[in-house]
Ligand binder design. Sequence first.
Ligand SMILES: Nc1ncnc2c1ncn2[C@@H]1O[C@H](COP(=O)(O)OP(=O)(O)O)[C@@H](O)[C@H]1O
Ligand SMILES: N[C@@H](CCC(=O)OP(=O)(O)O)C(=O)O
Length: 381
Amino acid sequence: MRAVNLPLTSRTELPTAERIVVKVGSSSLTAPDGRLDLSAVHHLVQVLADRRAAGQQVVLVSSGAIAAGIMPLGLPGKPKDLATAQATASVGQGLLVARYTEAFAYHGRRVGQVLLTAEDLIRRTNYANAQRALERLLTLGVVPIVNENDTVATDEIRFGDNDRLAALVSHLVRADALVLLTDVDGLYDGPPSRPGTRLIREVRAGADLAGVEVTGRGSDIGTGGMITKLDAASIATGAGIPVVLTSAANIAPALAGEEVGTWFAATGRRKSARRLWLAHAAQVRGRLHLDAGAARAVTDGKRSLLAAGVVGVDGDFEAGDVVELVGPDGVVARGLTAYGAAEIPHIMGKSSHQFVDDFDQHPRAVVHRDDLAQVRPRRRR
Ligand SMILES: Nc1ncnc2c1ncn2[C@@H]1O[C@H](COP(=O)(O)OP(=O)(O)O)[C@@H](O)[C@H]1O
Ligand SMILES: N[C@@H](CCC(=O)OP(=O)(O)O)C(=O)O
């Protein structure tokens, strides 16, 4: 029996997980002609309903809203502009959830639709609200079906792919494991279409990924390819949640703890969700350059960034946007800035006294410590 609150240490322990998040990509739910593949939906649902009947709590993060909307709207393929993608997702999401509702009902199980935006995972009140709703759905025996709220998501602040959303949801619901289902049976050491590439069975540390070649381009219908899956695995494992990556066809053996796919072992401990999102925020709008003292204060001291320590600014951003904080040796953190790019040159380098003298008001921190997340170097896209 696994000790309570300790992460699962191997895939054989997966059947002991109390709560799992399963993410399925558009590529696994779509038939070659672009329609929603109902047999894929039914297979997935049957396995998840069985796990639920066996006492495991399951959250399903499902892509496929845009894919499901393409045929009914008579579009030639995946929309490229934001407005058409929003409209397609609006049509497709209803159809997608209707299929899930029918399929789960066949197994006597109810589902609840949960549409989240990136902001829901940043703002404390939205976050607590989403957490409460998901918790109640799970205790009521419902299978929550989560997707990004594509119809209202903006280009500026959105996930765009559901891999990172699923990692943050795993954290939100304190899952014991995250299962990423796609159209390949695991992570390969290079694009699987290339002859001779090999399946990687286990990733225990970042070093195990050295030399592994991944592309951001996946199937025609999927969004992030393997890069966003590795980002998601790094977010989840860094927050103490192990990940299994495999094909949707392998879901039954994967959840039974059999030797399929790629197992990413947990590497870190739980973090605040807000920090987790900031550290991995998709859209960085600009950069603030810090002197050495300020760089140390925000990293070692975990203190707020004050105007006095800012020596430069790049980019065109507004108050509330995500910016990178760059010290003399490179990027040290990310944060939500309290000032827009146009205001920074007027306040940077100023001590609090000078600020009061010049503006007749007390300064706000440029980035408050609650809005800061240190960053580890990440893979280039
Ligand atoms: N090293 C790799 N290992 C496995 N798959 C890879 C790798 N590099 C690129 N890929 C591609 O990533 C694709 C999965 O991404 P994607 O189409 O976005 O899926 P989904 O819709 O499930 O999110 C695979 O079809 C595969 O071709
Ligand atoms: N929210 C979008 C998901 C975008 C997408 O294609 O994601 P994925 O297939 O997981 O790479 C949708 O439902 O269409």
